[in-house]
Design a protein around this ligand. Structure first.
Ligand SMILES: [Zn+2]
Length: 128
């Protein structure tokens, strides 16, 4: 499962999430990271192994962005959240339908969607 070349690649990580095969990287000392990363930022270890990502995360914190910028012209706000997935924190955009009910501890699933406005793939959270 370990693949040193692709471990550091963000696109590979998004592919894995889309295939329900999400993972994070962990060094021998248990420090966890989201790709791209080739060296543990905490202890300097270059041995990073893939660890299967929990399918459910918990919202740790979130923030509403009220910026009617051109790239978000079809929405009046965007909620960006940080969720804890079993020891590793992931930042993503909250499902539009969930922005009214979000709170700390809300259980979410991880997903990857194509941004309607930028064509980039982005990490999103869907309440379970
Ligand atoms: Zn480490």
């Amino acid at each position: 499962m370990s693949d040193d070349v692709s471990n550091g690649d963000h696109a590979t990580w998004l592919d894995a999430i889309e295939s329900d095969d999400g993972f994070y990287l962990e060094c021998p000392n248990g420090h966890a990271w989201i790709p791209p990363r080739r060296v543990c930022k905490t202890c300097g270890s270059e041995t990073l192994d893939r660890v299967p990502l929990s399918t459910t995360g918990r919202i740790v914190t979130y923030t509403e962005i009220h910026v009617p910028a051109p790239r978000f012209e079809h929405r009046d706000r965007v909620v960006v959240a940080i969720a804890d997935f079993g020891g590793v924190s992931i930042t993503g955009r909250l499902d539009d339908a969930a922005t009214e009910s979000i709170e700390q501890g809300t259980a979410v699933e991880l997903d990857v969607e194509q941004s309607a406005s930028t064509d980039e793939r982005i990490v999103t959270f869907h309440p379970r």
